[in-house]
Design a protein around this ligand. Structure first.
Ligand code: EZ4
Ligand code: CO
Length: 455
């Protein structure tokens, strides 16, 4: 490791490292920038430098932001995903204007140091834009490290703990019968676990359902609305009356074996979430997803006090510290951060380790609005940790697969990664150019009285 071989004496080392961390000019090749030419080769490999950071924004079916990091070794590069649905250009600008200049010349092998430098270095830390940008860099660096080692990333994380990652898909419909039919179709495809959402009478296009589109068309593929965002209508009372009836119907028709999930999508206030969890108890959900808004973690206590329905939370979290209160108080059963919005694999594996200590399992967010490198990283982590729970997944359309080839496989209800070195995903830059960015937003929601509601 270059730190030690560089250490001319502790005091000098600290001085050098401090100067580099402040971004002082002239320290390229100093300790905080990684191996210099004076270093002995790491593990027999010659020193490596980042030569270019490319930010690619493309819209094959929807907008994606990709980070391609090139190195001084010809042909060796990594690809990461930095897509933040509806705020893609903020992340792309952060990467291009603020982060890329800091990376050129650094040693791509020093992933943890780079992560700390980009997280704590700017003083302003956290937030979805910066944490998504950081994830893009982080995933690209893990991809490079795997390719350099000739190993899939799960091997770098400690090797396999399981043969595959249990997956769930989404089913939806206008009526209970349509949801039931969609679940049957998912089961025919091999799924053992299915998330069920139904339209709510009197409300229009409630999250996870959409008139005019088949369940398969929208499964995990949140609508991206060109132009300006649409407004959906939400009221808690009809929602709370309908959802338990849906699950009563599904259990009566489908039996006990299929695992059922439901996403509240942070829509409810605490007492109503507790009521829903309690009323869903007889139907034995695999978990109830994201019941509350992410800000005030104490609210989860109310759900816990009233129900044994397993609770999952996390797709709106951005840091490890968002996860701490829920995990250490055992207020949830599944932590489901979005690896792409929590700084990548480097941070997600710490979340997983924290969860392991408290018997909480993982359920990383896996929607269609994050790109294949994140889905691949999810599964590399899933198959290498002891406390994996379940993996949300999506089937990408052909046009997206052409731009972003590779990614996890699916068979008999389980996801997997291949043994190709790195993350096992790529970007075809030429094809990506055919699909320029299109402005688009997530939908928004309001109550009947016109006030803003969480979508
Ligand atoms: O609405 O990723 O569980 N999945 C989800 C997703 C989110 C989208 C938002 O961009 O809740 O569908
Ligand atoms: Co969700």
């Amino acid at each position: 490791m270059s730190f030690r071989s560089h250490q001319p004496g502790r005091r000098n080392f600290l001085k050098l490292a401090g100067a580099a961390a402040l971004g002082a000019p002239g320290v390229a090749g100093g300790p905080a920038r990684g191996a210099s030419s004076a270093d002995p080769p790491a593990g027999g490999l010659p020193p490596l430098k980042i030569t270019e950071v490319r930010v690619i924004v493309t819209c094959p079916d929807r907008n994606y932001v990709l980070v391609k990091i090139l190195t001084s070794e010809p042909g060796l590069y990594g690809v990461g995903d930095a897509t933040l649905n509806g705020r893609e250009l903020s992340v792309a600008t952060t990467l291009e204007k603020h982060i890329a200049p800091l990376l050129t010349g650094r040693d791509p092998e020093q992933i943890e140091d780079t992560w700390q430098y980009l997280y704590r270095g700017p003083y302003w830390r956290g937030g979805p834009v910066q944490m998504t940008a950081l994830a893009g860099v982080d995933l690209a660096l893990w991809d490079i490290k795997g390719k350099r080692a000739g190993m899939p990333v799960y091997q770098l994380l400690g090797g396999r703990t399981r043969v595959g990652a249990l997956a769930y898909t989404h089913a939806s419909g206008e009526t209970f019968q349509e949801v039931e039919d969609a679940i049957r179709r998912a089961m025919e495809r091999g799924f053992k676990c299915v998330r069920a959402q139904v339209a709510i009478p009197g409300l229009q296009d409630t999250y996870g359902t959409a008139a005019k589109k088949s369940s398969e068309e929208i499964a995990g593929r949140v609508p991206q609305q060109a132009g300006l965002p649409e407004t959906e209508l939400f009221e808690p009372s009809p929602y709370l009356r309908t959802v338990p009836k849906l699950f009563a119907h599904l259990r009566a028709k489908l039996g006990d074996e299929v695992e059922l999930l439901h996403d509240v999508h942070e829509k409810l206030e605490p007492v109503y979430a507790a009521r829903l969890a309690k009323e869903l108890e007889p139907y034995h959900l695999f978990f109830l997803e994201d019941p509350l808004r992410p800000e005030y973690k104490e609210s989860f206590r109310l759900i816990r006090e009233h129900s044994t329905t397993p609770i999952a939370m996390g797709e709106l979290f951005n840091t490890l510290w968002d996860c701490v209160p829920l995990i250490k108080e055992q207020l949830i059963d599944y932590i489901r951060c979005d690896m792409d919005h929590i700084g990548g694999l480097t941070n997600a594996r710490k979340v997983a380790a924290l969860a392991e200590a408290f018997q909480v399992r993982t359920a990383w967010h896996g929607p269609g609005d994050i790109a294949p490198p994140t889905h691949a990283a999810n599964v590399h982590l899933d198959v290498s940790i002891p406390n994996f729970g379940i993996q949300e997944m999506v089937f990408f359309p052909d046009v997206a697969r052409e731009v972003l080839p590779g990614g996890p496989t699916f068979k008999d209800g389980y996801m997997n990664v291949t043994d190709s070195p790195g993350l096992g995903t790529d970007i075809n830059e030429e094809v990506a150019k055919k699909y320029p960015y299109k402005r688009a937003y997530l939908p928004t929601a309001r109550r009947k009285d016109g006030s803003v509601q969480d979508w």
